[in-house]
Design a protein around this ligand. Structure first.
Ligand code: HEC
Length: 199
């Protein structure tokens, strides 16, 4: 017991010593990073709300999206939106088994993002901020609207000629819209989605 107290005290001393050293080496700060300017914060603030707030002007249809998908996405996601190394984006009909092992969380035909997401804006936001992989931020808003329209059309959520823009995109009713809602759960009640794993 005494040994443990001594050890804890020693670790605390070492930590504090380290911090003091780091602090004293600068003018009271840790000497790393810098305060972002308001412009830098604005540029990084690209989050799109479910109600469409922050969506930029632009528009696109599935037809335009098909061409962009073939050019910029198919290499990783497969020509038909499945069967590539990257996650399935278009639910295969009839279902096919994924060629790659199921990652955790499993992204298979049952959890295709353009079907499973609660809001269409989620798909727009994801593509806009994260795709194409390694060339993030290279897509124009019109391209992102068109790609979102293409993926939603191919998954049977919208019609081929529907135009997606700032107003129509947030209005798309996703089939799994209510799948994320927890029905009137209060602390102490059994979990609505019990963990099926043992142990
Ligand atoms: C160089 C390969 C590559 C290219 C090109 C690419 N992607 Fe991806 N994409 C990925 C990988 C890898 C992931 C999984 C990333 C992760 O989960 O962290 C992914 C994930 C996604 C997801 C999320 C899927 C999910 O269920 O989580 C969407 C949507 C998506 N990509 C759309 C696109 C679109 C649209 C394009 C074309 C503009 C594109 N991707 C181009 C590799 C790529």
């Amino acid at each position: 017991m005494r040994f443990r107290v001594a050890l804890t005290a020693m670790i605390l001393c070492l930590c504090c010593g380290g911090l003091a050293a780091a602090q004293s080496s600068t003018d009271g700060t840790y000497g790393v990073g810098k305060t972002p300017t308001p412009e830098e914060i604005r540029a990084a603030d690209i989050t799109i709300s479910p109600d469409g707030k922050n969506l930029p002007p632009g528009k696109g249809t599935a037809k335009a999206g098909a061409a962009i998908f073939a050019q910029k996405c198919a290499a990783c996601h497969g020509e038909n939106g499945y069967g590539g190394l990257a996650p399935i984006l278009i639910k295969p009909e009839p279902p096919v088994k994924s060629s790659t092992p199921c990652l955790a969380p499993c992204i298979g035909p049952g959890s295709v993002m353009p079907l499973h997401a609660p809001y269409a804006t989620v798909i727009w936001d994801y593509i806009n901020r994260a795709m194409p992989f390694r060339q993030e931020g290279s897509l124009e808003p019109d391209e992102v609207y068109a790609l979102t329209a293409f993926l939603l059309y191919k998954n049977g959520v919208i019609k081929e000629d529907e135009v997606l823009d700032q107003t129509t995109l947030p209005e798309v009713k996703m089939p799994n819209r209510d799948g994320y809602a927890i029905p009137d759960w209060k602390p102490g009640m059994p979990r609505p989605f019990p963990n099926k794993r043992k142990g």
